[in-house]
Design a protein around this ligand. Structure first.
Ligand code: ARG
Length: 485
């Protein structure tokens, strides 16, 4: 049968792909052939690492100042390079100089600009360093800037939520397990539970920050340098705690990226779970909360709809954060020591996780600030699911009955209620209750109101208003004393 598919001519197959025009790569001396344009673009990272431009400039200025002090390059050349880097930073900020996205990466771009402007002096900047320790220092500097910002946004959200919790330490609502009504709690207690989780995230970011606070510059490509670099001075100039311990580790390590992405993913999963609560609460079935119209959307077809899209989007975006973490783990797990180009793939995921978390923290905060809670509806939901059954059993325990027997008596009373169409254990007369245990007395009726059930749980960690007040104070204290750099 005749093949109808178009057949490529030999000429088309052997046609050479377009070669790269413009700036020469830093490594052009080694390779006689010009790189193929599409392939060069494939391996270039400038569209991602351009976000490191100011970190790269700061790193280079610290490096070059040290080169001058150590007489590795003439002092006045070091000063010239440093000044030019400052000018370049200003020009990029003002828009006078645009980053050339045809360059291989941000490090190459900046060296090319320096060389173009300063000639041989510009060519001195790279003495004693490699793009391997350069990209490692840039990423760490970037995180040293971003983590405190994220922590500020997290602290703002926690404080907003604690304000809401404070307003509602006596607002009754059902607490759930298995999404079934379990025991009465308060809205204040529920929201404080969220805050306890977020406070751990807040400190997790700080832990990560402490660990990554070491300066890789001076590690070179993997094995340091023969030049008399002063690693301590560079580390101090860049406000790191200390230089990294081992040069091979310093350029192979991306634990700090994993830790950060993990902290982002954990926080996003927390937000996602809170959003799931909010989405349920906003449903007609629960009707516990009315979300502000400015943070809801309508439907293109159903005129009555008011959808909790923002909560849904935050829940949805948590998938990205988890995905980014998985991307990083998968990228890293098979890499031999030390640098491999695979590592270049780390930044897109890391940047995305940070950006996603940051906007979600702000959106969630706005959504909660403007939410209107239907306290009547929440309180009413404490009746009807026998949320007081555990309290009934514990009442009997207090009167001396073994817990298992008390549990059985309370369970039988619940069955009695269901049979009789009664919604609350206190709907049963004392005589009926006493058929299940003679230990019941008149005081059971007081003990089983939702408010009494909550008030009686004043153990540390419990939902009693007094105790939640203490928890709120403790969380506020933690936020104040936790080390924000
Ligand atoms: N763009 C590279 C990265 O992000 C910089 C380091 C390049 N090093 C190298 N040996 N090619 O990883």
């Amino acid at each position: 049968m005749k093949n109808k598919l178009p057949v490529k001519t030999t000429k088309a197959v052997t046609k050479k792909p377009a070669a790269l025009s413009g700036t020469k790569p830093l490594w052009a001396g080694r390779l006689a052939e010009k790189p193929q344009a599409e392939a060069f673009a494939f391996q270039s990272s400038i569209n991602v690492d351009k976000h490191l431009v100011f970190d790269d400039i700061n790193g280079s200025r610290a490096h070059v100042a040290m080169l001058g002090k150590q007489r590795i390059i003439p002092k006045d050349s070091a000063a010239k390079i440093s000044r030019e880097l400052e000018i370049i930073a200003d020009e990029i900020k003002s828009g006078k100089l645009t980053i050339d996205t045809q360059a291989e990466d941000i490090h190459s771009f900046l060296e090319a600009v320096l060389t173009k402007r300063l000639g041989d002096t510009g060519k001195m900047v790279h003495a004693g360093r490699s793009r391997n320790d350069q990209v490692a220092v840039d990423s760490r500097l970037y995180l040293k800037r971003k983590i405190p910002k994220l922590r500020k946004e997290l602290a703002a959200l926690i404080n907003t939520l604690l304000d809401i919790a404070q307003l509602h330490i006596t607002s009754l609502m059902p607490g759930y397990t298995h999404l079934q009504r379990a025991q009465p709690v308060t809205l204040g207690f529920h929201i404080t539970a969220w805050c306890a989780a977020l406070e751990r995230d807040y400190s997790r970011f700080n832990d990560a920050l402490q660990r990554l606070d070491e300066c890789p510059l001076g590690s070179g490509a993997l094995a340091g340098s023969t030049l008399p670099l002063d690693r301590k001075a560079v580390s101090m100039a860049l406000k790191f705690n200390r230089p990294t311990l081992n040069s091979m580790d310093a350029i192979a390590d991306r634990d700090f990226v994993l830790e950060l992405s993990s902290a982002c993913a954990i926080t996003m999963v927390h937000l996602s779970r809170f959003c799931e609560d909010v989405i349920l609460w906003a449903s007609e079935e629960f009707k516990f909360v009315e979300l502000s119209e400015s943070l809801s959307t309508g439907s293109s077809i159903m005129p009555q709809k008011k959808n909790p899209d923002f909560a849904e989007l935050i829940r949805g975006k948590s998938g990205r954060a988890v995905g980014n973490l998985v991307t990083l783990f998968t990228m890293l797990k098979g890499l031999p020591y030390s640098y491999n180009k695979d590592l270049q793939e780390d930044k897109e995921s890391l940047f995305d996780s940070i950006k996603t978390l940051s906007i979600c923290l702000r959106m969630f905060s706005g959504m909660m600030k403007s939410a209107n809670f239907n306290l009547k509806r929440m309180k009413a939901a404490c009746i009807g699911g026998f949320l007081e059954a555990t309290d009934t059993a514990e009442y009997l325990v207090r009167k001396g009955l073994p817990f298992r027997s008390a549990h059985e008596a309370a369970a039988l009373i619940v069955r009695d209620c269901i049979k009789a169409g009664q919604k609350h254990i206190t709907n049963r007369p004392l005589g009926e209750l006493m058929k299940r245990s003679v230990l019941f007395e008149e005081d059971i009726y007081e003990a089983l109101t939702p408010a009494a059930c909550v008030k009686a749980r004043e153990l540390p960690g419990g939902p009693a208003p007094k105790e939640v007040q203490r928890q709120i104070k403790a969380l506020r204290m933690k936020l104040q004393t936790s080390n924000v750099k």
